[in-house]
Design a protein around this ligand. Structure first.
Ligand SMILES: O=C(O)c1ccccc1NCC(=O)[C@H](O)[C@H](O)COP(=O)(O)O
Length: 229
């Protein structure tokens, strides 16, 4: 069972997550969203430092919420990440897009986020599984229109249907943490599991810090590996 942890901010955090059992690390190179800097964007020099420190020790997934394919092409040329994670609101992978990414960065795989909003997600997943190397099935929170970082679960029956009907590896995401990852794995039988919100640090007043809680990351990875055996 592959474990993926978002959103990495520093080299120290990346190395601590690897030591805690994470196989894939996800991060967002700094970028604009609706004209404003994205909250947990990582500066270019830090992205390179994380890549240099972690290559060969974990799979690095670089995410964008951009709807302009050029942003992804620039990301492929600049970083040559192991995975490019496409989670634009209106932009999804296509055959020519994936071909261009692979010309710019041979060896980079392309992962399409699937918005798990209802039964229509099954056809969406089947369509984009034609071109993407991997899928990530992710929640869309009721109060925002972004795919991911929602901190809530969705209907795992739909995830199970998708896992059973596509030929590419599927990572499940959305509100997963140490408390529920085993149940999700048992229900869906995916290739991998992902966590953001529930493995972050929180202040006593409930404010979420953009920082991983390494004890929670360890508990998540241990629970996932045990359930995935
Ligand atoms: O990592 C982010 O900050 C992020 C921001 C915007 C869209 C997606 C983002 N992350 C993608 C992931 O794969 C998350 O880990 C996934 O959405 C799960 O999030 P959560 O429900 O909070 O565990």
């Amino acid at each position: 069972m592959i474990t993926q942890i978002y959103s990495i901010q520093t080299v120290e955090e990346a190395l601590a997550c690897i030591e805690a059992g994470a196989d894939h690390l996800g991060l967002l190179p700094e970028q604009l969203e609706d004209g404003k800097p994205i909250p947990c964007g990582v500066p270019k020099s830090v992205c390179h430092d994380i890549l240099n420190a972690c290559r060969g020790r974990a799979v690095l997934s670089f995410l964008s919420v951009n709807d302009d394919p050029q942003f992804y092409y620039d990301m492929a040329s600049e970083y040559h990440p192991d995975i490019i994670h496409v989670t634009g609101k209106r932009f999804f992978v296509s055959e020519p897009f994936v071909k261009t990414i692979k010309e710019l960065s041979p060896g980079t795989r392309v992962m399409q986020a699937v918005p798990m909003t209802g039964p229509e997600a099954v056809d969406f997943a089947k369509k984009y599984a034609q071109w993407a190397d991997l899928l990530i099935l992710d929640s869309v929170a009721p109060d925002h229109d972004e795919i991911g970082a929602a901190g809530v679960t969705h209907d795992w029956d739909l995830d199970r249907q998708i896992v059973e009907s596509v030929d590419v590896p599927v990572i499940i995401a959305g509100g997963l943490g140490p408390d529920n990852v085993a149940a999700a794995i048992e229900h869906v039988r995916p290739w991998g599991v992902d966590s953001l919100t529930k493995t972050d640090e929180f202040l006593p007043d409930g404010t979420r810090l953009q920082k991983k809680d390494i004890a929670k990351v360890r508990a998540f990875c241990q629970a996932a590996k045990a359930a995935g055996r």
